[in-house]
Design a protein around this ligand. Structure first.
Ligand SMILES: *Cc1c(COP(=O)(O)O)cnc(C)c1O
Length: 393
């Protein structure tokens, strides 16, 4: 008999009743050090007091009002995002997937309005993840996500990872945009080197193509910059944001330049909940905290500390680990064992990590994790790796 909750998830036998900073607590009081943070969502930790205060205050005042009316919280968050980034304009969604849907629509509308409606192709890369909607799975193209759901939305060109010749050959008359994560999250913390992001920008400029960055996982301080593309010194025309920006409240956004957004006039897009007062009040607080240069400097310092300790782990467990990769507090342990086994042994040690593709276990802790918690986390992963070793020998 089917479960009352549609069985689309493989769930761990864990259930949490409370969160505090980097910790999650089960009903029996067992405390877990959370290095997943809801997959990079709880950027400021669980039940962050600043966010709780803003949310409670807004909840006492006004929850929802239609986008038929002006929403001051939405305006304030848009102003802050425009102030801090390349963008001239923002649209708010409830999720990363919805941000991707608008990014796709925006790119097509741009060319349609420029009198080039044949420019409909969006180039994406093997291992990418842009969500689970019909558009997003078509963008990914992977068999795992698309099988049984056809016919897929046409217009996506899927290229192998890191193949520059294939990229140059794929760009043509029909190319509308290139869409890419600066660091693949679900794909296994695979970083696009800075010079390749620059190369993509150049390629787009030379051919008049829009560049779309999916910063749903990499954004909002995760890599030690407000957005990961800042490391490469290039900016996109359109950017998808979600996960960390709500700090746990469902919130996403599309940021764009004035030119890229020029086709999106009144009536071309909308959302009932997108940009509601609750989400935007929280999002503004998150942005005010994370965009502070001192906060970002500390993310970098802690990222370097965690990385250094993880390098030590790799050296002491050469049969379990191959390498550390990633930037800031978006790190991956490339494993020689199935990463799911490491994650499961982590549960026994009361530490939470997240499996990804390419044999990687992801570490995406709250950006507010303390130095002591970093030491404790590494000690627990160390114990999990030792347990794995003793099983296999
Ligand atoms: C999680 C994720 C998405 C999808 O976001 P949802 O909020 O789950 O819809 C899209 N792109 C990337 C890079 C992601 O990590």
């Amino acid at each position: 008999m089917i479960t009352t909750v549609l069985p689309t998830y493989n769930r761990a036998p864990l259930s949490f009743v409370k969160g505090e900073g980097s910790w999650l607590v089960e009903a029996d009081g067992r405390r877990f050090l959370d290095l997943g943070a809801g997959i990079a969502v709880n950027a400021l930790g669980h039940a962050n007091p600043d966010l709780v205060a803003v949310l409670k205050d807004q909840a006492d005042t006004l929850w929802h009002v239609s986008n038929l009316y002006k929403i001051p919280q939405q305006q304030a968050l848009a102003d802050k995002l425009v102030d801090e980034t390349f963008a001239d304009t923002c649209f708010f969604t409830n999720s990363g997937t919805e941000a991707g849907e608008l990014a796709i629509k925006m790119a097509r509308k741009y060319w349609s309005d420029k009198g080039q409606p044949d420019k409909i192709e969006i180039i994406t890369f093997e291992g990418c993840f842009h969500g689970r909607s019909t558009g997003a799975i078509a963008a990914s193209g992977s068999e795992k996500m698309t099988k049984g759901f056809g016919p897929l939305m046409p217009g996506f060109v899927h290229l192998p990872w890191g193949d520059h010749d294939a990229l140059r050959a794929a760009v043509g008359e029909k190319t509308a945009a290139i869409m890419i994560e600066p660091i693949q999250g679900e794909g296994g913390i695979r970083t696009v080197p800075d010079q390749c992001l620059k190369g993509l920008r150049d390629l787009c400029d030379e051919n008049g193509i829009l560049l779309i960055f999916d910063e749903v996982q990499t954004g909002v301080g995760r890599t030690g910059k407000l957005f990961a593309h800042e490391w490469a010194g290039v900016s996109p025309d359109i950017m998808m944001v979600a996960k960390g920006i709500g700090g746990g409240f469902p919130l996403g956004a599309v940021l764009a330049t004035e030119d890229a957004a020029s086709g999106m006039v009144a009536g071309t897009h909308g959302s009932t909940y997108g940009g509601n007062p609750l989400g935007c009040a929280v999002g503004l607080k998150v942005m005010q905290i994370v965009a502070d240069p001192a906060f970002l400097a500390d993310v970098n310092r802690k990222g370097a500390l965690l990385r250094q300790k993880l390098e030590g782990l790799v050296a002491s467990h050469p049969d379990v680990f191959e390498a550390v990769r990633g930037t800031g507090l978006m790190l991956g342990l490339k494993c020689k064992v199935a990463p799911g086994d490491l994650v499961t042994r982590g549960y026994d040690q009361n530490v939470l990590t997240v499996p990804a593709a390419d044999n990687v276990a992801r570490l995406l802790p709250a950006l507010t994790i303390t130095d002591d918690e970093i030491s404790e986390a590494v000690a627990r992963i160390d114990a999990a790796a030792s347990a794995l070793e003793s099983e296999t020998t």
